[in-house]
Design a protein around this ligand. Structure first.
Ligand code: NAD
Length: 388
């Protein structure tokens, strides 16, 4: 593992995210936002030629653009400490997470990994074991917990303002898979609906894992039992495109989780409501700078990003002056900010700071959630235990 005590930028390598890819560019923008991280190398595509073309368009030197992730990790680990990458961001389809993540950890590189963490639970457990053995960091990009108003919601719950939590509703409807887009040239649809590339679940793996993570993050609770019903509405599709889940949490809180990619007309309408004895919170991803805080027998309050009355936890993640919208890219950048601060604590001038980011345990939990959903869906029992 490279020494990171020097005051310098962190060096990032990327696997995936070539020309025409979706999330790779978002990662590059997010990582660069604070000026603390620079992209130094990449293996951007499964085709060496396309990887080279992508690297050239990113103005990387030819000798740092690799034909495969194996070549990249081996070559980078042979470079002197002052040059080689410090961490690798893996933004490939789900079946291509484990290989590069495991090899990077084995060579002492920290890892940023897209969700769901792996292709199956067994792979996720192996990555967890390797993170423990190596002491390397792993950031799992559950984007939505990077939003300041999500941090504020968690703060209100933690402070006990809402009282004991009783009810969680989390819903994640999208409409973009309402047709059989996987056969009409939509690359992102094609791999997400292919069990060989996506894994055992479609919609639930893609966005249901985000919804569970968000609910557990804000509430601080862990789901312990669930009852799931998964559907595949679009004829010819091989994986679920919709699902509904009843949840029970460890303090007796009851929950409802819904995720759908056939909610025709919806964009990315992730929304969460959490209610305690005294009141509740409501946050909607498409209006991310607003948090509604509801009180029993009192008017609802409207909390806004960057306001002086927010907790330090939330303000540490606000980037723009109050009233100036910030959003998805900044939330993603906050995850990278958390990683950078944990690897280079001198950036925070010795202050502990409220910086956190999702990690390998969250990834294992996400994969165990998918196993449990499928088990529950096939079972006639009302409840299935959710253990990790
Ligand atoms: P995509 O199909 O748009 O891009 C995948 C990229 O990986 C392509 O450039 C492809 O060429 C490359 N690739 C495939 N195999 C490779 C290999 N062996 N070596 C190097 N590159 C390879 O996919 P996407 O929509 O960007 O999704 C990628 C990952 O990001 C998925 O795991 C997905 O679940 C996740 N994702 C997360 C979020 C989020 O909100 N955090 C949003 C979108 C996607």
């Amino acid at each position: 593992m490279t020494d990171l005590t020097d005051r310098r930028k962190l060096r990032m390598g990327m696997v995936g995210g070539g020309q025409g890819a979706f999330i790779g560019e978002v990662h590059r923008i997010a990582a660069a936002m604070d000026g603390w991280i620079e992209l130094v190398c990449g293996a951007f595509s499964s085709s060496a030629d396309r990887s080279k073309a992508s690297g050239r368009s990113l103005l990387l030197p030819d000798d740092r653009v690799y034909g495969s992730y194996q070549e990249m990790i081996e070559s980078e680990s042979r470079l002197p400490e002052g040059e080689r990458m410090d961490f690798i961001s893996i933004v490939t389809p789900n079946n291509m997470h484990f290989g590069p993540a495991m090899m990077a950890l084995e060579h002492g590189f920290h890892v940023v990994l897209e969700k769901p963490m792996a292709f199956n639970l067994e792979e996720a457990r192996q990555l967890q074991q390797k993170v423990t053995e190596t002491g390397c960091s792993l950031l799992l990009t559950h984007t939505y917990v990077g939003y300041p108003m999500v941090k504020e919601a968690r703060h209100l719950v933690r402070e006990g303002k809402l009282g004991a939590i009783r009810k969680i509703y989390v819903e994640y409807p999208q409409g973009w898979l309402s047709k059989l887009s996987e056969v009409t040239g939509n690359k992102q649809a094609a791999w997400r609906t292919d069990p060989q590339q996506s894994g055992q679940s479609g919609c639930m793996g893609d966005i249901g894992t985000h919804a569970l993570h968000l609910a557990e993050y804000i509430s601080g609770l862990r789901a312990t039992r669930l009852c799931a019903s998964l559907q595949t509405f679009v004829a010819g599709r091989k994986l679920d495109d919709d699902g509904s889940v009843l949840l029970q949490f460890d303090n007796g809180t009851s929950g409802v989780l819904m995720a759908s990619q056939v909610a025709a007309g919806e964009e990315n309408a992730l929304k969460i409501r959490i209610y305690g004895e005294n009141g509740g919170i409501e946050w909607n991803q498409q209006e991310p700078n607003t948090l509604l805080v509801k009180w029993l027998e009192q008017p609802t309050q409207v909390y806004r990003a960057s306001a002086a009355y927010l907790s330090e936890e939330a303000r540490a993640f606000c980037r723009t002056p109050a009233g100036h919208p910030e959003g998805y890219l900044e939330a993603f950048a906050n995850l990278y900010r958390g990683l950078a601060l944990s690897l280079q604590p001198w950036r925070n001038e010795g202050k502990a700071g409220p910086y956190d980011f999702p990690g390998v345990e969250d990834g294992v939990r996400g994969m165990a959630f998918l196993d449990c959903l499928l088990k529950s869906n096939e079972s006639n029992d009302k409840w299935t235990d959710f253990t990790v």
